[in-house]
Ligand binder design. Structure first.
Ligand SMILES: [Zn+2]
Length: 222
């Protein structure tokens, strides 16, 4: 695609919808600033825009996107500051009440982590370094699903990596204290784009369970 006219006509529709029809909302956001209630940590993947998936308005969610929706542990916070500074801003300045780590099916980053190829250029080294945050998830998948096909391993790892990120979030004292004081709730969500469903990690059962099912599939099955 050499021209960007699709994006420009989209911006025209945005003007009509938000600067026209939703003028009150936008005036509020301009005059009073943002006050999102949730921080969402999502993948850069072009198919997983959290605001689009949740049909949110501007101002509803503060979003950090990175390869494979990872959260570095506290000990590496300054090394991976692009993600951690955004988390700090959301928690410290915006005082969000929820942090949602939103993983997804068919994640190219997690697939690359599972394939574990030796990087042969600077670009691949950068990606491998970042994906190393989820190494613990890869090791767990290898222990339990070593004889399974790579795509299945990757799908399991997509969910395990979300749990690593949730664990890493709790390694920040200013996050764990807010969680303990009930000011902040952490969520692990998984968007299964194959079936159009949203899953949530439930600590009670230790697995991801359907949070929002696909009505069309349910109707079709009946
Ligand atoms: Zn991804």
């Amino acid at each position: 695609m050499r021209d960007v006219s699709k994006f420009l006509s989209g911006f025209r529709r945005f003007q009509q919808n938000y600067l026209g029809e939703q003028r009150v909302l936008f005036e509020q956001l301009v005059q009073q600033g943002q006050r999102p209630r949730a921080l969402v940590i999502a993948c850069c993947d072009s198919r997983c825009d959290p605001a689009l998936l949740t049909d949110c308005d501007p101002g509803d969610m503060f979003v950090v996107r990175n390869v494979a929706n990872l959260v570095p542990p506290h000990v590496q916070a300054t090394y991976f500051a692009a993600t951690t500074s955004a988390i700090a801003f959301a928690v410290h300045n915006l005082e969000v009440e929820h942090i949602i780590v939103m993983g997804h099916a068919q994640c190219g980053g997690i697939r690359a982590l599972m394939e574990h190829k030796t990087p042969d250029c600077n670009e691949e080294e950068l990606i491998a370094k970042w994906l190393g945050i989820a190494e613990e998830a890869r090791q767990q998948v290898l222990r339990e699903f070593n004889d399974k096909p790579i795509q299945m391993q990757a799908n399991v790892c997509e969910q395990s990596a979300i749990l690593v990120s949730l664990e890493n979030l709790m390694s920040y004292p200013w996050i764990s204290s807010r969680v303990q004081e009930d000011k902040l709730t952490l969520h692990g969500w998984y968007f299964d784009m194959r079936h159009g469903e949203l899953y949530e990690y439930r600590p009670e059962s230790g697995v991801f369970e359907v949070l929002v099912d696909n009505l069309e599939v349910a109707t079709y099955q009946i």
